[in-house]
Design a protein around this ligand. Structure first.
Ligand SMILES: Nc1ncnc2c1ncn2[C@@H]1O[C@H](COP(=O)(O)OP(=O)(O)OP(=O)(O)O)[C@@H](O)[C@H]1O
Length: 251
């Protein structure tokens, strides 16, 4: 069964048709790459699916339910989570605080809850802290755990972003350019993590310009052009498709 089913999606910005009748499905357990020239509508596609912007037409179904236009926080609670091209961390907080704060519905965040801390809340906080530390270790950020996020390199920020979204325990993770601005060593490391998450059963869709890394990583490639689906299929086949070569040469 498809975990994500997008049908006839349309998104306009004024007179510009950013997504033009796009239909696309992702099966449970798949690792799908999304590519396309600048302005093809890749980020807008993610934005429509993850509730960041409201589509003007079409439907988005997640895990069998119609979630068209549902807000980001609700979708995240339901297991659909996205990352952004430009990471969104709190620079004045440490790596550890950033990861802990990404957990949903933290009791310590609300003033009343903080005053009435029950043992259940304390248990939840302990679980959050433990999970955060596990993820910090998984992404080899332990030695940076007490550093401010502002001191991290581009690649380390991407790792922190991954740790943060995994606090939400997503079923479907949409990654927007996870290798952008990352050095080759960390690129390989991030690719390994993505593969590992997929091996553990997570469904992932990855937007990426770095075609070599993307092609080696994914099961299926989807190419967008001017908001529509141009070609999809096995990475090797897609990359040699003349329509794809033309789209890139023409961009
Ligand atoms: N908030 C917005 N307001 C107006 N136009 C927008 C907005 N977001 C995107 N667009 C336009 O929609 C089109 C698709 O943009 P989008 O960012 O989705 O493309 P993309 O494939 O992700 O591009 P890139 O590879 O450069 O990130 C572009 O023409 C862009 O200028």
């Amino acid at each position: 069964m498809s975990l994500l089913d997008v049908d006839g999606l349309v998104k306009r910005f004024g007179g510009l048709l950013a997504i033009d009748d796009l239909s696309l499905s992702v099966d449970e357990g798949e690792l799908v790459g999304v590519m396309g020239p600048n302005g093809a509508g890749k980020s807008t596609f993610f934005n429509c699916v993850s509730g960041v912007v409201q589509p003007d037409g079409g439907t988005v179904r997640f895990d069998g339910a119609d979630v068209t236009g549902v807000d980001t926080a609700t979708l995240a609670r339901d297991g659909l989570v996205r990352t952004f091209q430009h990471t969104r961390q709190l620079d004045t907080m440490t790596v550890r605080e950033n990861v802990r704060l990404a957990a949903p519905g933290q009791p310590g965040e609300q003033p009343v809850s903080a005053l009435l801390r029950t043992s259940t809340m304390q248990e939840t906080e302990a679980e959050v802290a433990e999970r955060a530390d596990e993820l910090i270790e998984l992404f080899e950020l332990t030695r940076l755990a007490d550093e401010y996020a502002s001191s991290l390199s581009g690649g380390q920020r991407k790792l922190l972003e991954l740790a943060r979204v995994l606090m939400l325990e997503p079923d479907l993770l949409l990654l927007d350019e996870p290798f952008a601005g990352v050095n080759p060593t960390l690129t390989n490391e991030i690719a390994d993590h993505i593969r590992g998450l997929n091996d553990d059963g997570m469904t992932l869709v990855v937007i990426e310009h770095e075609l070599e890394t993307l092609t080696e990583l994914v099961d299926r490639l989807v190419v967008l052009q001017q908001g529509s689906l141009l070609v999809e299929g096995e990475p090797e086949v897609v990359l040699n498709d003349e329509r794809v070569i033309d789209a890139y040469l023409g961009s």
